[in-house]
Design a protein around this ligand. Structure first.
Ligand SMILES: NC(=O)c1ccc[n+]([C@@H]2O[C@H](COP(=O)([O-])OP(=O)(O)OC[C@H]3O[C@@H](n4cnc5c(N)ncnc54)[C@H](O)[C@@H]3O)[C@@H](O)[C@H]2O)c1
Length: 444
């Protein structure tokens, strides 16, 4: 089977490379000529463990190629995947201009039956609009070619994308006719043989499933953050509570880590988008509206926590920030909580020094007045507090004696709860974390 993937970003590149690995003939098309040139030269434009090897093997074995010629890619393919961005608009809705542009290009070049599959995360009804845009182009060409539209949302996580694509928890396929359903079943056969659960459904259901999944996961995060805030008022320990509820299999232990809230390229935009969409259809999605509010407030609360730990005034004080990316193992800074936290500290008059193992190049354009350091210890030197914002493994076993010597004040604010409060106090630190009671100091 010949397929093409339009949009060779995170999702498109992983999708294209993994289908090629299954033995499918794949063309990845992107309008970004520099990105395509990089890929044609054998380099991978994103950091994703395992991806480079899969691309190299499949290019060598001539199952995978890259092009800027979307028209040619469409003509040579039975299945056309759309994997372009769907960014948030200012009002929380979704900007579908990339989807429209690609749909029109498909319509302008379609020369026979195709299955047009939306893999981008899109509001319900978008596949119907894709059909409309393609039909308008076909009508303009005075051509009547039959085609199917389908929805096949992607659930991969950055940093674990290959495993997620090759061994997914499930595949969701929304189709509107038997022909496209059979073609997509055939394409995904290697995963059917692996006994991956497949949810075959209609198109609107598939579109909404992606938002429901992300909204639910984001809800778990905001939920545990509110529990953490309660804990701080009553001397309870959020980590023990997360364990206490997470062992209940109806709840599950994942996504119950208190901290500065969710960020990244998906949860913030997808929660806002589904809330916006629900308002548009006159229903509202009140839980998700609250989840977004709690998440915004949590970031401000983290700034207050740091300022409070420093005695309520950070004017002229130096704060060392460890971790800037929205999660470990990525250089992705999109909607990272670190951005609001650093901005908040600067607004309060603090001097910020920061270190991140991967994201510093991404960050240099964000702030003129942040001092980026080569390692955590340089950041700590002479600082009034050390704040852990992203839980990179490199920060889990810091040399505490060295930090104690370097910091002007031995204060650690751990926004990811990666250290043990008792151990930190015993080591000589003032230690502040999220939703955990302070250690009682022994008085002599
Ligand atoms: N990144 C993730 O972890 C993830 C996970 C699941 C779903 N999604 C969804 O998948 C979609 C894509 O996300 P991404 O992170 O891969 O985006 P991305 O920004 O990494 O890549 C998108 C690519 O599309 C290309 N593009 C834009 N317009 C084009 C056009 N007209 N023709 C050809 N190429 C074009 C861009 O040049 C870019 O290379 C979004 O809807 C996103 O919400 C992302």
């Amino acid at each position: 089977m010949n397929i093409c993937v339009i949009g060779t970003g995170y999702v498109g590149l992983v999708t294209g490379a993994c289908f090629a690995e299954f033995g499918v003939q794949v063309v990845c098309a992107d309008k970004d000529a520099a990105k395509v040139a990089t890929l044609q030269e054998g380099n991978t434009p994103i950091y994703e463990p395992g991806l480079e090897e899969i691309i190299a093997r499949n290019v060598r074995e001539e199952r995978l190629s890259f092009t800027t010629d979307t028209a040619g890619a469409v003509r040579s393919s039975l299945v056309v995947f759309i994997a372009v961005p769907t960014p948030a608009r200012g009002d929380g809705g979704t900007d579908l201009s990339f989807i429209e542009a690609v749909s029109r290009e498909i319509g302008a070049n379609m020369d026979g039956y195709k299955v047009v599959v939306t893999k981008s995360t899109v509001p319900v009804g978008t596949s119907a609009r894709v059909r409309g845009w393609i039909e308008e182009e076909l009508a303009g060409r005075k051509t009547a070619t039959r085609f199917s539209v389908a929805s096949n949302p992607e659930f991969l996580r950055e940093g674990a994308a290959i495993g997620d694509f090759m061994r997914p928890d499930r595949i969701v396929i929304g189709t509107e006719d038997e022909q496209s359903k059979a073609i997509l079943e055939d394409l995904y056969r290697p995963l059917y043989l692996n006994e991956t659960p497949v949810v075959n459904t209609n198109v609107p259901t598939a579109e909404l499933t992606k938002y429901a999944a992300n909204a639910f996961l984001a809800t778990k995060i905001s939920f545990i953050n509110e529990v953490a805030n309660l804990c701080e008022n009553v001397g309870a320990d959020v980590q023990a509570i997360a364990r206490g509820i997470g062992l209940d299999r109806r709840i599950g232990p994942k996504f119950l880590h208190a901290g500065p809230g969710f960020g990244g390229s998906c949860f913030p935009k997808d929660t806002r988008s589904v809330a916006h969409f629900a308002r548009e259809v006159g229903e509202g999605f009140e839980i998700v509206e609250a989840v977004v509010r709690v998440n915004d407030r949590q970031r401000r609360r983290m700034v207050e926590k740091i300022v409070g730990a420093l005695g309520g005034d950070v004017q002229g004080k130096t704060v060392a920030v460890l971790g800037l990316s929205f999660k470990p193992q990525t250089d992705d800074m999109r909607e990272s909580p670190a951005v609001d936290i650093v901005n908040g500290l600067i607004a309060e008059g603090a001097k910020v020094r920061a270190h991140d193992p991967a994201a510093m190049d991404e960050c240099r354009g964000l702030w003129d007045d942040v001092d980026f350091t080569d390692d955590p210890y340089q950041a700590a030197e002479g600082a009034d507090a050390l704040v852990i914002v992203t839980e990179w493994n490199q920060f889990r076993a810091l040399d505490l004696d060295r930090l104690l010597e370097l910091l002007r004040r031995p204060l650690i604010v751990d926004l990811r709860n990666i250290y043990d409060p008792v151990r930190m106090e015993a080591a000589g630190f003032e230690y502040v974390s999220v939703g955990r009671p302070p250690v009682e100091r022994e008085t002599s």
